[in-house]
Design a protein around this ligand. Structure first.
Ligand code: DGU
Ligand code: CA
Ligand code: CA
Ligand code: CA
Length: 197
């Protein structure tokens, strides 16, 4: 039994290989600012976790400094992961896939919570996001399609939007979600479907 106060400093990105599961058992992981990143707005930081196709990351607390958080490559599940601080951003979809975020929380970022850099379905269920610039940003100027699904979540205090995109083909479906102080809510999103919010 590992107490949740247990903090591990990560010196080099932890790779969760294809089809593998990494269970943090509630431990806190922080970046070594000298090797991974200090969690500021520099774009040159590494991630703490890299998830390959079919990987699962669960029961992890990401503390400050969070650097570039979690990077995904393919179909992955991120379950019960709590970002005590968002770092440069919390999670980036780096390669095509279906990314499922189930449970957990992310707070305190100066810009984006989630960054979408590849065609994807991004399914966010029972998640809490608070205090950042925007919850989800599709990479500026990109025209691929991402389908965002948000269900049963709580979103508060986003300065700019819940989702911002420059792509006419991207879409969002939000259901059974509570939100307040989210700026424009949808920023350039052509296809929005909402119910029960
Ligand atoms: O186009 O690629 O902020 O992945 C500019 C850059 C920038 C990304 C993004 C990210 O959009 O670095 O964190
Ligand atoms: Ca960035
Ligand atoms: Ca980033
Ligand atoms: Ca704010």
């Amino acid at each position: 039994e590992v107490p949740p106060s247990d903090t591990i400093t990560v010196n080099e990105t932890i790779v969760v290989e294809a089809g593998e599961t990494f269970d943090g058992q509630g431990r806190r992981y922080v970046a070594n600012p000298d090797t991974i990143g200090d969690g500021g707005q520099s774009e040159s930081q590494d991630s703490i976790f890299k998830l390959e196709d079919g990987a699962t990351l669960k029961n992890v607390v990401i503390g400050d400094p969070a650097a570039d958080g979690v990077h995904t490559y393919g179909d992955v599940l991120v379950q019960n992961v709590v970002w005590e601080d968002i770092g440069e951003d919390a999670l980036t979809i780096k390669d095509e896939g279906h990314v499922t975020l189930r449970g957990g929380m992310a707070q305190n970022g100066s810009d984006k919570v989630f960054q979408v850099n590849a065609p994807s379905t991004f399914e966010i269920v029972n998640f809490t996001a608070r205090n950042a610039g925007k919850m989800i940003r599709q990479n500026g100027g990109s025209t691929f399609k991402t389908s965002i699904i948000i269900d049963g979540s709580v979103i508060t205090d986003m300065n700019e939007a819940i989702f911002r995109t420059d792509s006419d083909s991207s879409e969002v479906t939000m259901t059974n979600t509570r939100y307040s102080d989210v700026g424009r809510k949808w920023y350039n999103v052509e296809n929005v479907s909402e119910s029960g919010n």
